[in-house]
Design a protein around this ligand. Structure first.
Ligand code: 6GU
Length: 227
């Protein structure tokens, strides 16, 4: 998979892809992430990429021309499965969206800043808008990292068996059951007997019941969603 990310602050997104599991995914050639500095497509002498909104009002708007030029150039080089604009106005990211995007070949992510992007960029190019939750960030960069992380970890070969994505919270619309490691007792708190029993049928049953209990207590909304 290849992900192209367009931003005025690409340096903000470098370290997540140079660390730990995502770094390994890059090194193994399972994912490629390419950053593009939007200012490189600005024609103005100050490399301007934002301007005042028509009709007035607070805040700046990201101009149509640099974004259109950048996106068009990338589009001339390969076919993108989705061109995604990260914005609080988008569909809220969930595991199902991450799963769907993880089977694509080429994705383009557009990070907004200021009050957002000129509507005509959306009309011309954007195929999907995604938000990472109901709160406002200073820009789309951290959201783009969140989205890319959620997608890349699902690519075959990125996680090993111990890290397997198949047993994640949300992969079956259930939260994870409690987990324990050594020691068997700590400050009077004991590991549930069943986990020490060696009876894997019983253990799986216990984990499922606990996952249901935790989900019912914390996120009953997940149980009524079809997945
Ligand atoms: Cl995608 N962008 C910004 N700026 N804020 C957000 C967001 C995205 N998702 C949640 N808040």
């Amino acid at each position: 998979m290849r992900i192209d990310i367009i931003s005025v602050l690409p340096e903000l997104m470098e370290s997540p892809f140079q660390t730990s599991i995502l770094k390994r995914a890059m090194e193994k050639g399972l994912a490629e992430v390419h950053f593009h500095q939007l200012r490189d497509w600005s024609t103005g002498k100050h490399r301007q990429v934002d301007d005042e909104p028509y009709g007035g009002g607070a805040g700046m708007v990201m101009m149509v021309e640099p974004l259109d030029k950048c996106i068009s150039e990338l589009k001339s080089q390969r076919n993108y499965d989705e061109i995604i604009y990260l914005t609080p106005e988008g569909e809220t990211l969930n595991q199902k969206i991450a799963n769907t995007l993880s089977i694509k070949e080429n994705l383009m992510l557009i990070c907004g800043h200021y009050k957002g992007i000129d509507q005509r960029v959306r009309d011309l190019h954007i195929t999907k808008e995604i938000s990472i939750g109901d709160y406002v960030l200073t820009g789309g960069e951290l959201a783009a990292c969140v989205l890319a992380d959620a997608i890349i970890r699902l690519l075959p070969g990125v996680l090993n068996d111990e890290q397997s994505a198949l047993t994640d919270s949300f992969q079956d619309n259930l939260l994870s059951p409690p987990i324990y490691t050594r020691p068997e007792e700590y400050k009077g708190l004991k590991v549930p007997e069943v986990l020490l029993s060696g009876n894997f049928g019983k253990i799986e049953e216990w984990r499922y019941e606990e996952a249901l209990r935790v989900t019912r207590e914390r996120r009953p909304d997940l149980l009524s969603e079809d997945f």
